[in-house]
Design a protein around this ligand. Structure first.
Ligand SMILES: *[C@@H]1O[C@H](CO)[C@@H](O)[C@H](O)[C@H]1NC(C)=O
Ligand SMILES: *[C@@H]1O[C@H](CO)[C@@H](O)[C@H](O)[C@H]1NC(C)=O
Length: 286
């Protein structure tokens, strides 16, 4: 009898182990009927009320593990502003950084709202907000936990950078658009796939700051340093894909000749290049 019990226990362990392998990347929300909808919510973080929006894909399927994309607003912006979007031809940001039309309903978007319209991340409180958002969203919705991404312009880029530094094991890749070192870099010693873009004429957060941020991940990711700094080709941006990076930890850098602008276009184009570039960078992972 004892032997039979042991035998059954061993089989149960094997079954659990194999299930773990198969489902390890799926969040707890997979298979549940969701309570979250495409709307705004509040949560308490360190005793402060924080607001965020969720955007579900059309025809949300609780058995499909989706990408989870965080989109952080710039200073003076708001989560509502990222949801609504602004006119790119006057420096506005497309809704959700222009990613949903490219995502073809393969992603859940989370849009956090900053305290004082920014991401000061005092005592790490905005990173804690992120941690709680991941927990809350993934308890309810089906997410591939290997496919979490973060993007933002300016202060939103700074916040994505802070996540790359502080939560390297939770974030698959970041896209930092015209960022600066404004939200800190607690940690910052592990590799994270990094897309950065910056304008040489940035009058708000200068390009040397953007290059320094990039270089941290060029180094962390083990990429080969460049012998000379890439320059824009007139009004056309230049994309550099670093070589020699550790498997799974690429760095892509786009330099353009513009100012502090999330919706920079190449000469002769009316389509901002950040969305397609970022989405291509994110979707190299599956
Ligand atoms: C969008 O996704 C659907 C369902 O996964 C797929 O059948 C379709 O081919 C995709 N369309 C594009 C343009 O990728
Ligand atoms: C860029 O900005 C940083 C931070 O404000 C500043 O310390 C640095 O001197 C600036 N560099 C240049 C080349 O303007």
């Amino acid at each position: 009898m004892l032997r039979l019990t042991n035998y059954l226990a061993a089989i149960a362990c094997l079954l659990l182990a194999s299930l773990h392998v198969v489902y390890a990347d799926n969040s707890a929300g997979c298979g549940k009927s969701p309570t979250l909808k495409s709307q705004s919510y509040n949560m308490q973080v360190n005793g402060k009320q924080r607001q965020y929006f969720v955007k579900l894909p059309d025809n949300y399927d609780s058995n499909r593990p989706y990408r989870l994309v965080f989109t952080w607003h710039p200073l003076g912006g708001s989560a509502q502003g990222i949801v609504n979007g602004g006119n790119p031809s006057s420096g506005g940001i497309l809704p959700y950084y222009g990613l949903p039309p490219l995502a073809n309903n393969s992603a859940i978007f989370v849009v956090p709202n900053g305290l004082n319209s920014g991401w000061g991340n005092q005592g790490g409180e905005d990173i804690t907000f992120f941690d709680q958002l991941v927990k809350t969203v993934e308890a309810d919705l089906c997410v591939n936990t290997n496919l979490r991404f973060s993007t933002g312009f300016s202060y939103g880029g700074a916040m994505s950078y802070a996540l790359a530094c502080g939560r390297p094991n939770m974030i698959r890749a970041v896209a930092v658009l015209s960022g600066g070192l404004l939200s800190g870099c607690q940690g910052g010693t592990s590799p994270v796939a990094y897309y950065g873009q910056h304008g040489t004429r940035d009058s708000v957060l200068n390009v040397s700051g953007g290059r320094q941020m990039r270089d941290k991940f060029v180094s962390n990711n083990g990429c080969q340093k460049l012998s000379s700094e890439p320059q824009p080709n007139g009004g056309t941006s230049v994309m550099t894909k670093y070589t020699g990076c550790k498997e799974g930890y690429p760095v892509t850098w786009v330099i353009h000749d513009g100012d502090h602008n999330p919706s920079q276009v190449n000469q002769g184009s009316s389509t901002p290049f950040a969305p397609q570039n970022s989405w291509d960078f994110f979707t190299q992972f599956s």
